[in-house]
Design a protein around this ligand. Structure first.
Ligand SMILES: [Zn+2]
Ligand SMILES: [Zn+2]
Length: 87
């Protein structure tokens, strides 16, 4: 690498290390969130209003407020019966 490329490469790698560090902090914070306020997107998806994490489909019948699937039936929600893939 020439000096210009070395500087360029260093810049990228320094930023990448910084991003990784920030991502760790972010993931740690999201992990601590208890997702107590689940809201519905316009398209029907569920998300936590506190941390912004997504949870598949919003579900009125589920205690968690998003669709959950069982081990034997992983296609249909065990609360509302709606399939995992829908339009
Ligand atoms: Zn949350
Ligand atoms: Zn459901």
């Amino acid at each position: 690498m020439n000096p210009e490329q070395i500087a360029y490469s260093r810049k990228i790698n320094n930023l990448r290390a910084y991003v990784n560090q920030i991502t760790d902090i972010l993931n740690e914070l999201i992990k601590k969130c208890k997702h107590l306020i689940i809201c519905m997107h316009d398209f029907g998806g569920a998300y936590c209003d506190i941390c912004g994490e997504s949870f598949g489909w919003y579900c009125k019948k589920s205690p968690t407020k998003y669709c959950e699937y069982g081990e034997e039936d992983y296609i249909n929600c065990k609360h509302c019966g709606e399939p995992r893939s829908r339009k």
